[in-house]
Design a protein around this ligand. Structure first.
Ligand SMILES: Cc1ncc(COP(=O)(O)O)c(C=O)c1O
Length: 324
């Protein structure tokens, strides 16, 4: 029999089937919601589930909330605590995706963010690999451009902006590719549909700067840090031209969902010899070991949910947790 699954919905833990919003909700009508996507990794040996970089996701959510005139009723510490509690209630014994959303909840016509209360909800679902196949992805440069900072800021994870993502991703799939890269209006590389992009050229890691209409990825930051400390590779953050991608030695996507996903061709041009490159493979393997709790040095990035508190990024005690 399936285990009962819970959601956090408007201040209470409720059975997931009871977590429903009205069709008149502002966020549903206008896309005025922000979200995060977190992963919790199962470790069979320790029988533990580890949430990866929990605190950093909620710190970014707070930044998104500022941009969108939202007042989330919980602090970062409270959000961390509630997330662990939801995972404990849902008792996963496999890899899990966690989706918190803050949304404008007034039941009314008109998109204004003012005088419009912010509500919060969260659910979890089992989640394996986002991309299948270890041979690398076939990628196209999208004909859609990334939403600009002065249109819908990409650094905020705004639900409405994912219509841009959906158009780009769908066209790539319909054209027979696995994924796409979108450019900014200035023609520079921005990112994948829901992931950041790195290339390797002459042994150097290069990624787009945060001013190129990207989401400032937590995985991106993780790679920059661990590539330097574990592989001695410094990352150069600078604008990347489309044609530089065609001449890269290696290329990969990174993101919570995508994890580390090597790219084997771009616009039908093989990346180097069209095989997964050695640096991409090393980074992918190391990243997954870290996420599963196999590298003690990086336990600081993990929050264990079942034997809580031994390490991780949850510090202060919460106040005002919701009713069960
Ligand atoms: C548009 C976009 N870019 C990049 C990322 C990667 O960000 P992160 O590594 O924080 O998951 C995501 C994923 O959430 C995304 O939606």
């Amino acid at each position: 029999m399936d285990k009962k699954q819970y959601a956090l919905f408007e201040g209470k833990f409720v059975p997931i089937e009871d977590a429903k919003i009205s069709i008149m909700t502002s966020a549903f009508l206008y896309g005025t919601a922000i979200f995060e996507g977190l992963r919790a990794y199962w470790n069979d040996k320790t029988q533990e589930v580890y949430i990866f970089r929990l605190r950093e996701h909620y710190e970014r959510m707070m930044d998104s909330s500022k941009i969108m005139h939202m007042q989330i009723k919980y602090s970062v510490d409270e959000l961390c605590k509630l997330t662990v509690e939801l995972v404990q209630r849902n008792k996963p014994t496999g890899d899990t995706y966690i989706r918190p959303t803050a949304y404008k909840a007034a039941p009314r016509i008109g998109p204004s963010l003012e005088n419009n209360p912010t509500e919060f909800c969260m659910f979890t679902v089992p989640f394996g690999d986002y991309f299948h196949g270890a041979d690398g992805l076939q990628v196209q440069i999208s004909s859609w451009r990334r939403v600009e900072d002065n249109a819908i800021p990409a650094r905020a994870k705004i639900v409405g902006a994912y219509a841009n993502t959906a158009l780009a991703k769908t066209d790539a799939l319909n054209a027979g590719f696995d994924e796409c890269i979108v450019l900014s209006e200035n023609g520079h590389v921005s990112e994948g549909s829901a992931m950041n992009v790195f290339m390797v050229k002459k042994g150097k890691l290069i990624t787009t700067p945060t001013t190129e209409n990207i989401l400032e990825g937590i995985t991106r930051g993780t790679i920059i840090e661990m590539a330097e400390s574990e592989l001695g590779l410094k990352t150069e953050c600078r604008p990347i031209d489309r044609s530089e991608l065609y001449c890269a030695d290696e290329m990969f996507f990174c993101g919570t969902g995508a994890q580390i996903a090597p790219i084997r061709s771009i616009d039908k041009r093989p990346v180097a010899d069209g095989k997964v490159g050695p640096i991409s493979a090393k980074i992918r393997d190391l990243y997954i070991s870290i996420c599963r709790g196999e590298v003690p040095k990086y336990h600081k990035w993990l929050t264990p949910c079942y034997n809580s508190g031994s390490f991780g990024s949850m510090s202060a005690k919460p106040s005002g947790t919701p009713r069960a």
